[in-house]
Write a protein that binds this ligand. Structure first.
Ligand code: PAF
Length: 290
């Protein structure tokens, strides 16, 4: 199967027009926005998009506006040729791989200012991050005009920010959250994992271990959020290679920190392991009663 590689917005618009003509109306396009260096998690998003849409598009763009430091941006792993091969094999029809100047041309000055949903957790530790994410995602929605867009739940707050953006700004896109894909030892797949050396790679499972410990305590009846945070902190305390940034038990809808868990709750963690900052989460919710 062939896949087109586009570098300009004009090419995407022409592809879109052609797809609509062929469909005799609006072609249902599924979009998978990425920053590249793809892994099995991204491939699962493309597979889902393939199953649910007539056409599948992806973007590979390391968005400078969502990085907090020039060093982090420069070190972000990139391999566009491998990305293109993975996308093609997963059934993608077209990928946009633009230069930053195509996305942010001279004179660019309009930004999406996200509200309280972007304030805690990642927002508190990465000032301006979600402004950059929301702006580029809204631009991608304008460029591709997808029926559906696919995002991983590993970036839970990002998904919440994008859902809020779509609701508040009446963007006609169905935002689809997809399960986190994990390595066999529980580590959540992330492009950043590629930068972990062997010892740090082993240590990186601490994020998932901490979450599982809190989840087990919750399953055993613990509903005190402070006690659940303490469970996670205790697991991190056993791993000298990890510098924990936060352990959180928050309302799964508002992301506000909880004192007692009464409904769906987001257990989330962030830590620096060796040279890499990692995040992970699990949602706990009471089983539905018959
Ligand atoms: O999750 C990512 O890879 C990025 O934040 C996204 C959604 C592609 C925006 O740059």
């Amino acid at each position: 199967m062939t896949m087109r590689i586009a570098t300009t917005i004009a090419e995407i618009r022409a592809w879109r027009a052609e797809a609509d003509r062929a469909a005799g109306g609006r072609a249902a396009v599924g979009l998978v926005p990425t920053m590249g260096y793809l892994h099995a998690g991204h491939v699962s998003l493309v597979a889902r998009a393939r199953a649910e849409n007539a056409r599948v598009a992806a973007s590979v763009f390391v968005n400078p506006a969502q990085f907090n430091s020039a060093e982090d941006l420069a070190r972000y792993p990139r391999d566009p040729e491998r990305d293109a091969a993975l996308l093609r094999d997963a059934g993608c029809d077209i990928v946009l791989m633009p230069d930053p100047a195509e996305v942010y041309p001279p004179g660019f000055q309009t930004w999406v200012d996200v509200g309280p949903i972007a304030a805690p957790l990642e927002g508190a530790h990465r000032p301006g991050h979600f402004r950059g994410v929301a702006t580029v995602v809204l631009k991608l929605f304008g460029i591709f005009e997808p029926a559906r867009a696919y995002f991983g739940q590993k970036d839970y707050q990002q998904l919440a920010v994008i859902r809020t953006l779509v609701r508040d700004l009446d963007v006609p896109v169905d935002v689809v959250g997809c399960p986190t894909v994990r390595e066999a030892d529980g580590l959540a797949m992330s492009s950043r994992n590629a930068r972990l050396g062997p010892d740090d790679r082993r240590a990186a499972t601490v994020l998932h271990r901490a979450l599982r410990a809190a989840e087990a305590a919750w399953a055993g009846g613990e509903r005190d959020a402070g006690a659940l945070r303490a469970r996670m902190a205790a697991v991190f305390a056993q791993e000298p290679r990890a510098a924990v940034e936060y352990v959180s038990v928050a309302d799964a809808a508002t992301l506000e920190e909880l004192e007692a868990v009464r409904g769906p709750a987001l257990l989330s963690v962030a830590a620096v392991v060796g040279p890499v900052r990692l995040i992970d989460n699990i949602v706990v919710r009471e089983p539905l009663r018959a």
